[in-house]
Design a protein around this ligand. Structure first.
Ligand code: NAD
Ligand code: UDP
Ligand code: UDP
Length: 331
């Protein structure tokens, strides 16, 4: 079969594969770090469906092979077990950098992926987070807001890690001319979300399915804005393909208190579901809601799926996985 042209812009593939992916667009080779995770695996589905060659780099820290198992056997898909803290040599056109545990390794991984992007001239997209705004004093948050983060708090490892990742990304752009894109992602939910990483949507949904009380932290009046994963993937792809660096807020502006979220989960899954109040964690942001005017204007993007429409779409997946988990425990 044909060979890869190292990003020179030629068509890729031999006799069999010499078909461009979509009208007027050459097929690309794309790396997705963290591609076996929740968001990454949905992004991979879209890129594979578009006809691109996709390489997933993942160390399965929080991701799962099952999330991408349906691509095994597809010659356009490759899965590499690798920790992005270690350098890696690849030849690709684009790098979607999602790999990130909530720890400082995030910074080393970002540095390596930027080094890779610099060496091969690939476009680099960082999945940053709304957490860079900390416990915000501006509401809703615009990209121009510098944030309000406690540098020595219990959450700061993640927040400051992502802030540093944004800094590195802009430094590689200014200093080494790397083409970069920065997304600030707001709370996202959907099928394949980690069952037990403690996020509020996965907790409530799993608890309601298991007939356990939904654990509301604090008084439950704090707010978040919840985005369905397909909207996020649309936004990430529009950002990567577009001409603007960002940062761009990618989130759904629909804002809910945790009590309201519990109510929607109750309506969706089990009208008899109950609530149990628990102490909140330190430095918990009181409210968060994206101002998405910039993404609307420059990326022509906005979310389409409301919380009430999106929640039912993750329930079947959660039910299956919880059933399998419980069966596993029984054996
Ligand atoms: P996830 O945990 O499901 O996915 C992260 C993936 O990265 C996992 O598959 C994990 O195994 C992999 N990984 C972690 N450390 C790695 C390493 N050192 N080397 C290789 N692979 C590694 O999380 P997600 O929700 O899919 O998040 C994806 C990205 O989006 C992350 O960067 C996250 O910070 C960002 N983000 C997510 C949300 C959200 O609500 N889901 C919000 C803001 C930002
Ligand atoms: N890197 C990598 N793959 C590459 C190029 C670089 O993993 O193809 C890593 C490299 O090992 C280094 C980081 O990216 O740790 C930053 O690379 P850069 O060339 O910018 O910095 P330098 O090596 O000059 O300090
Ligand atoms: N939360 C909650 N019950 C849970 C898990 C979280 O009430 O079982 C609250 C948490 O205190 C926070 C909000 O839900 O105010 C969102 O938490 P999550 O960890 O999902 O996201 P983040 O805080 O990173 O936005």
């Amino acid at each position: 079969l044909g060979s890869y042209d190292g990003g020179q812009g030629n068509w890729i593939g031999g006799k069999v594969g010499r078909v461009p992916a979509g009208i007027g667009r050459r097929r690309m080779r794309i790396v997705v770090t963290g591609g076996a995770g929740f968001v990454g695996s949905h992004l991979v589905d879209r890129l594979v469906a578009r006809g691109d060659d996709v390489i997933v780099i993942d160390n399965f820290f929080t991701g799962r092979k099952q999330n991408v198992a349906h691509h095994f056997g597809n010659p356009r898909f490759e899965l590499i077990r690798h920790d992005v803290v270690e350098p890696i040599l690849l030849e690709v056109d684009q790098i979607y950098h999602l790999a990130c545990p909530a720890s400082p390794t995030n910074v080393m991984g970002t540095l390596n992926m930027l080094g890779l992007a610099k060496r091969i001239g690939a476009r680099f997209l960082l999945t940053s987070t709304s957490e860079v705004y900390g416990d915000p004093l501006e509401h809703p948050q615009k990209e121009t807001y510098w944030g309000h983060v406690n540098p020595i708090g219990v959450r700061s490892c993640y927040d400051e890690g992502k802030r540093t990742a944004e800094t590195l990304t802009m430094d590689y752009h200014r200093g080494a001319d790397v083409e970069v894109r920065i997304a600030r992602i707001f709370n996202t939910y959907g099928p394949r979300m980690c069952l037990d990483d403690g996020r509020v949507v996965s907790n409530f949904v799993a608890q309601a399915i298991r007939k356990e009380p939904m654990t509301v932290y604090g008084d439950g009046k704090q707010t978040r804005s919840f985005q369905y994963v397909s909207d996020l993937v649309d936004g990430l792809m529009a950002l990567m393909e577009g001409e603007h660096i960002g940062p761009f807020n990618l989130g759904n502006p629909g804002e809910f208190t945790m009590l309201e979220l519990a109510e929607v989960v109750k309506e969706t899954i089990d009208p008899t579901a109950t609530i149990a109040f628990k102490d909140n964690t330190a430095d918990d942001p009181h409210k968060r809601k994206p101002d998405i005017s910039k993404a609307k204007e420059l990326l022509n993007w906005q979310p389409k799926v409301s919380l009430r429409d999106g929640l039912p779409l993750m329930v079947a997946d959660f039910r299956n996985r919880i059933l399998n988990q419980d069966e596993g425990k029984a054996h």
